[in-house]
Ligand binder design. Structure first.
Ligand code: NAD
Length: 372
């Protein structure tokens, strides 16, 4: 089985879909690995670090006889055009934003698996790139909060008196939010957490945060949250505003599948914040959780700084690539049978659900609705 690994082409994408340790595992599985020259350079992994891999500069040539093509971001149309019928693509796709690409994958009869479609079930945890990347983003969010603050996080006792610990409020306690709590705690902050899924209370508390209970339960499907009604939003605001005003750092991570990021911090709430406070908006990909957020920028509103980085995992490219490559390897391994023969088992729930296109059809219902 021939695997082709692409060099990423999108702006600010530093990750790569294969790291040397995973190349060794693929070789053991019997794969022949071809990689685009310098694909790992932005992740600080030179070509020379890979064994068992041959390099080529031209992506079209690379994919033309590959059975499996892997990348982080969706590949260019010209690359998909060069792929052979029936071959497999593994990458993030986000079909609703990539209509032309998805149609091409369908029409070229490519079997595509979208990393964002891997189901959030226990068995698929080792293949879940959304989680592995979100954990890194949450960690980095806490660091960004700390470095944009003109204060320190821990309590510090000095000869001239002691400094009180900073207060950090984490809003949205999924994978990124919980990691942000853990990191801010390690830096010595007093941390509070808030979410609309009640089960997050125990998770936040086990990491040493206080849970802000707003009394709103907005559990949706599949472990995700649903959008709040106006009445629920008012109920949340009545409780959360005080906590927003006391915070030195707010880290927001809230998202609702398929919808723009919910606005958790209004302009009026920002205007009431402490001088020097910082908001790190990790939901800026979906428009952001704060009404003042400018995705991709850092803005100053009065004395409050709002940091809204895009593609945070790419800023930690080395580890992000390592975890991503392992997630993909575990998915690829599923495509081999007991005798190490390459044969996609469509009875497997993880593969069936992660599949976007196959044999000339869009397999994912939500994507089909948007595109066809
Ligand atoms: P996400 O990125 O979709 O959302 C982040 C958080 O924002 C969620 O906790 C959500 O409840 C919260 N949120 C949404 N609207 C909000 C609002 N108005 N106010 C406050 N918070 C709001 O979440 P995620 O990190 O992808 O995880 C979502 C769920 O999936 C969690 O239940 C997680 O435990 C589960 N999960 C399961 C697995 C698995 O079993 N394999 C893997 C990963 C995640």
């Amino acid at each position: 089985v021939k695997i082709a690994v692409l060099k990423e082409t999108r702006a600010n994408e530093r990750r790569v879909a294969l790291v040397p340790a995973v190349a060794d595992k693929l070789a053991k599985l019997g794969c022949e690995i071809h990689m685009q020259s310098d694909a790992g350079a932005a992740s600080r992994i030179p070509d020379s670090a890979f064994k068992n891999v041959t390099f080529a500069a031209n992506p079209q040539g690379l994919v033309s006889d590959a059975d499996i093509v892997v990348s982080v971001q969706p590949p260019e149309l010209s690359v998909v055009n060069a792929m052979k019928e029936g071959s497999v693509l593994l990458s993030f796709v986000y079909a609703h934003k990539e209509v032309e690409l998805t149609k091409l994958l369908r029409d070229k009869k490519i079997t595509s698996f979208a990393m964002e479609l891997v189901p959030r079930i226990t068995r698929a945890q080792a293949m879940d790139a959304l989680s592995s990347q979100a954990a890194l983003a949450g960690y980095y969010g806490a660091l960004l909060g700390a470095t944009n603050l003109a204060r320190i996080l821990p309590m510090m006792t000095t000869a001239v008196g002691s400094i009180r610990p900073a207060k950090c409020l984490v809003m949205g306690l999924g994978v990124a939010g919980l990691q942000a709590i853990a990191t801010a705690r390690r830096l010595g902050a007093m941390v509070e957490g808030y979410d609309v899924r009640p089960e997050t209370k125990e998770q936040a508390e086990s990491l040493g945060a206080k849970f802000v209970d707003t009394g709103v339960d907005a559990r949706g499907q599949g472990g995700y949250a649903r959008e709040l009604t106006q009445e629920e939003k008012d109920k949340v605001a009545a409780v959360i505003t005080k906590h927003i005003q006391q915070a030195d750092i707010i880290i927001t991570t809230a998202s609702i599948p398929g919808r723009p990021s919910p606005k958790l911090v209004s302009k009026a709430q920002v205007d009431g914040m402490k001088n020097g406070a910082v908001i790190v908006d990790l939901a800026s990909e979906g428009g952001g959780n704060c009404e003042y957020t400018q995705p991709g920028q850092t803005v100053q509103i009065g004395q409050v700084t709002i940091v809204a980085p895009l593609n945070v995992p790419s800023l930690l490219a080395e580890h992000a690539s390592e975890l991503y490559a392992k997630n993909q390897f575990n998915l690829i391994e599923l495509m081999f049978d007991k005798d190490k023969k390459f044969a996609v088992n469509w009875e497997d729930e993880v593969l069936a659900k992660a599949c976007l296109t196959h044999a000339g059809e869009i397999k994912n219902e939500a994507a089909k609705k948007v595109i066809e």
